[in-house]
Design a protein around this ligand. Sequence first.
Ligand code: AHR
Length: 517
Amino acid sequence: MVKLSIRRLGRALLATGATAALAVGMLTATAATSQAATQGPCDIYAAGGTPCVAAHSTTRALYGAYNGPLYQVRRASDNATRDIGLLSAGGYANAAAQDDFCAGTSCVITVIYDQSGKGNHLTQAPAGGAAGGPDNLANAFEAPVTVAGHKAYGVYVAPGTGYRNNHTNGIATGDQPEGMYAIFDGTHFNGGCCFDYGNAETNSLDTGNGHMEALYFGNNKSWGSGSGNGPWVMADLENGLFSGVNRGFNAGDPSVSNRFLTAMLKGGPNQWALRGGDARSGGLSTFYNGVRPNATGYNPMHKEGAIILGIGGDNSKWAQGTFYEGVMTSGYPSDATENAVQANITAAGYNSGSTGTGTLTPGSRISLQATTAPCCTSHYLRHNDADTKVVISAYNGSSPAIDKADATWIVRAGLADTSCVSFESANSPGQFLRHYNYQLNLNTDNGAGAFAQDATFCPTAGNSGAGTSFRSVNFATKYLRHYNYTAYIASNGGSNAWDSTNSWAADTSWLVTQPLG
Ligand code: AHR
């Protein structure tokens, strides 16, 4: 019923050339009364005359009628693969299927299926001009969320991770018009090149200005920037991240860091626009809308029609970010259509997936209190601000907020074994507790298998009889320990000073508490 009314409205608007203002109001209102269960973003784009030609999501259906697979995972234990589908047609990802399939091992996302029917699936990116390959695949558990209360997982792009399709069908080429949107985690980014989603070269090489048209998100300032310190939504048009008409600075492009961020880009002959908004509420703001950049090579455009996720056109793979869903269209979507899509997105109900506090359930926020008496029972595990070291410090009710935040961790399913845990810093998204040379550090996940191993700890009953101990998944005799107020993994006797048997049991036993921050 609602679907029909939007379709009819879209045709009517096209036929009559109704004013943009009227279209904005009507489409937004119509979408606001519909829901993701019956309408997906791609139904709205189709009604507006700009159908999706690629539709990627690991969290939900992007068409009301879609009932196929969303993505495929591969588990480490036996390299078997499993498609992850929906709970119901037009609904949400069946995350429990992933949990079951990957129990006791780890999983990566191998395919992100195209829901548009065009077959534009995303798979492991090959080597390109800027970096070798194939790129890493995303850990399937590193970006947990809820959508309308249903558990789901996003695509966590650590540096080195990338997806691509160089043999697409129906994606804009040359100067043809197209639109696209993506939902990103606005708190997970860096300045590396280039966390992109969109149109790129079909040979993974930098073939020149104007050969790409992709959304970029991050705080890279090498080519362009907007107001504030970033991160910014920009357009990667090849050899340039554009925040507006100028190469370099454009004041109209704001820093945006919503936990769930809608980013939109569209481009046609001597015309393009950049828009964005909070994916949980409100409308879109227009960051730029006008002619092509005043630099050579971008008008007309030379789009090639490949699709990338998490990397630059030439496979530059130094960026990080998180992707939940995104589409590409044929044709230049109207602002009204995009506004209706944003209404659909906010109605979808993205949430951070936090499951509470004080427990070792993934998603829970916790702190870890030392148990060694008399020195350390008021001490908690924290990361330093001045360096990457992890230590224990004394806390009381009046400890500064920054110190409390530094001692707060988000429990994640173990990066190398889902029956164990990993600890992500609450105030440094994307950075995890990991051991290196047996000492604990807070480091950015680099997407490598060794990092996942070093960042995975298996909870056991406390070695002293109190609390919980955390056994290193790759050094079975070593447990998370404090020694001289610094954190290590340590065995009960061994060649390192921190393997001292003195107080080992107490030093390796921790209380899992409510989060300090
Ligand atoms: O345009 C920025 C980047 O420059 C592109 O993503 C990449 O192909 C080139 O290195």
